[in-house]
Write a protein that binds this ligand. Structure first.
Ligand code: ADP
Ligand code: MG
Length: 610
């Protein structure tokens, strides 16, 4: 007896639904896309119990005639494409003709629809893929779909749904996305009877973003407009580097107004922020990529949130360069056409050598992490070996301020407000330079200021053959962890460009024979270990450019003047002058602020003089 049979339609639909309908938000996505494709000017979304109990989408689009309303629930039934060739240029959000069939197979669905000037609307009722009823109804032009009891017939899937709060979060996010991509359409979103979003038709993205996120969010955004219309025109907004997020949640990416998740675009965006934002910290972004339809394949996944570009690299370049240009126009990074000129830089060792007394050794462990016994031993060992101070770099996450902590008296200085007329007055806690400029009192973090100077120097040197290096009298040896060993060989050629000379002895033991001229010998081991750990965590696919930035940043951090170090007035002057010549004087390579300002105005207010 033969054993193969063709599955019944409702079984096939349920299987297909596995890919299209993951959760309530994916149902809403398909329905909202259908409304947009139908030319709606007004879309309303209503949910109850995180969309499981009820999910209703109404539009004023073109609607359907009765035959179409019935046919719409068949698998592969679509009005949007006809031929295979149509797949090469898809101008609608939908095209697979399987969303309604899939949704109807796993829920109780009621669709009411009416075209312009019809005598009556049609209502189609389908439960778990079985057509129950088709009859006349009342409905203005447009379509309303009510989806009840999602996964009522598939308990296994229902179990995978998360809490009401989580599902609602995803739904809200989805509505936000589509509202941003279509400012001209009015959106309302009602959750358990309460209106959460009401966005009237807006004239452009800025106005829509204002409706949704409010004024505070918009204030710090930089406008992006770049790329080439022939393959990728990039527009939208990105945040200033001082706005930091610890996830990519605030990045909204669209390709031809289709919301997508795309690693390549995400990475290109991060690369644009290289040297002003550290790893693990992300900018906020609303980025729209417009490409000719034939340049992009949207038929990659049933949920259509992934796309494939014909010219991947060109699109990545366009994104990176456009965002970079936006950052440059606000002076966060140097303008693209002017390459950085290497400048004479006094080394950390030289900068402090004339200072007496020698700084006291002070060991401050980073607050957020417990150093392991090994690490402490290693640190103490290296401190004993040299008289220089060692302070582990504070973990970046711990210094990222919450976004709304802006209302402080002393504020981060923005590049626009930076004048060249800075006069140092003295030091606070032997760590911060106190200075004045035309707007008030400045506090400059001496360590991060020097870090920025050195970083720019190393990045400029990288193009030259080899930078200055100093040979160690006794080579330092150290053992790599297996993970470090895996990336070590990859890193060596890059490190050598900066003046390291490294040798692999036996197994995982490595000897450091020379180090960059600025780097105190005692810092070399720590710096290497730290760097190898970062590179490992970031996987080997890190682009070269980013890797070099990482090395330069790490080198700068370890070679820079430390906190708790007295500086003579001429050293402060030198530091400020050099800082002002760097590519980004207000942000260190790890994304921390370099200068805080207490405005004269605020001082006057404090003394009740105004
Ligand atoms: P697709 O969107 O891929 O074509 P769907 O299953 O989502 O497939 O929808 C099937 C068809 O039903 C669409 O091609 C469209 O003609 C029609 N349709 C669905 N929703 C609407 C709507 N809100 N307004 C008008 N027509 C719709
Ligand atoms: Mg569709």
């Amino acid at each position: 007896m033969s054993k193969i049979r063709v599955l019944a339609d409702h079984v096939a639909n349920q299987i297909a639904a596995g890919e299209v309908v993951e959760r309530p938000a994916s149902v809403a996505k398909e329905l909202v896309e259908n409304s947009i494709d139908a030319g709606a000017r007004r879309i309303s979304i209503e949910i109850e119990a995180g969309g499981r109990r009820l999910l209703k989408v109404s539009d004023d689009g073109e609607g359907m005639v009765r035959d179409d309303a019935i046919l719409a629930f068949e698998r592969h039934a679509t009005s949007k494409i006809r031929e295979t060739d149509d797949l090469n240029a898809i101008g609608t959000l939908g095209f697979r003709g399987e969303a309604l069939a899939s949704i109807a197979s796993v829920a109780k669905v009621e669709l009411t629809t009416c075209i312009e000037a019809a005598s009556a609307a049609t209502r189609v009722t389908i439960d778990g893929g079985r057509m129950r009823d088709v009859k006349d109804a009342a409905h203005p032009r447009g379509t309303t779909i009510v989806v009840r009891d999602l996964f009522f017939n598939i308990p296994a899937r229902r179990k995978f749904l998360r809490s009401e709060a989580t599902e609602t979060y995803h739904l809200t996010n989805l509505v936000t996305h589509y509202a941003l991509a279509h400012p001209e359409i009015s959106f309302t979103f009602v959750n358990n009877g309460r209106e959460v979003v009401r966005a009237a038709p807006a004239k452009d993205l800025r106005e829509r973003a204002y409706q949704i996120f409010g004024e505070e969010f918009l204030k710090n955004l930089l406008e992006v407009d770049g790329g080439e219309p022939q393959f990728a025109h990039v527009t939208g907004f990105v945040s200033a580097p001082r706005d930091r997020r610890t996830s990519r949640d605030s990045q909204y990416l669209f390709v031809n107004r289709r919301f997508v998740r795309d690693r390549m675009i995400g990475r290109a965006l991060s690369e644009a922020y290289r040297s002003i934002l550290p790893y693990g910290v992300y900018p906020a972004a609303l980025l729209f990529i417009e490409t000719p339809l034939e340049e992009v394949d949207v038929n990659v996944h049933p949920a259509k949130t992934e796309v494939r570009f014909r010219r991947q690299a060109a699109v990545a370049d366009a994104v990176r360069e456009s965002v970079r240009a936006a950052l440059a126009s606000a002076s966060y990074v140097p303008p693209p056409e002017q390459p950085q000129v290497p400048e004479p830089v006094m080394t950390a060792t030289a900068a402090v050598s004339s200072i007496t007394p020698q700084p006291r050794i002070e060991f401050v462990p980073p607050p957020a992490m417990e150093p392991s016994g090994d690490e402490i031993a290693r640190d103490i060992e290296s401190m004993l070996r040299s008289a220089s101070t060692y302070q582990p770099a504070p973990p970046v996450q711990a210094v990222v301020p919450p976004l709304d902590s802006a209302e402080k008296l002393a504020r981060e200085v923005t590049p626009e407000s930076l004048s060249t007329n800075i006069r140092p007055l003295g030091q606070l806690e032997e760590s911060f330079i106190i200075a004045t400029d035309d707007d008030g009192l400045l506090l400059i973090d001496q360590h991060v200021a020097h870090e920025r100077i050195l970083f720019d120097k190393y990045r400029a040197l990288e193009s030259e053959r080899r930078s200055d290096s100093q040979q160690l009298l006794v080579p330092e040896t150290f053992d790599l962890t297996p993970a470090q060993a895996a990336v070590f060989d990859d890193l060596v050629p890059e490190l050598e460009k900066y003046g390291f000379e490294l040798m692999r002895l036996s197994g995982r033991t490595v000897a450091i024979r020379s180090v960059p001229a600025d780097l105190p010998g005692s810092e070399a081991r720590n710096m290497l270990a730290e760097l190898l750990d970062t590179v490992d965590a970031e996987k080997k696919s890190t682009p070269r450019e980013t890797l070099r930035d990482e090395i330069a940043a790490s080198l700068a951090c370890h070679a820079a003047i430390k906190v708790n170090m007295p500086l003579a007035p001429e050293k402060m002057r030198w530091l400020i002058d050099r800082l002002l010549q760097t590519s980004s004087p207000t942000t260190c390579p790890h994304g921390r602020p370099v200068i805080l300002r207490l405005r004269t105005r605020d001082i006057l207010k404090g003394f009740h003089r105004i």
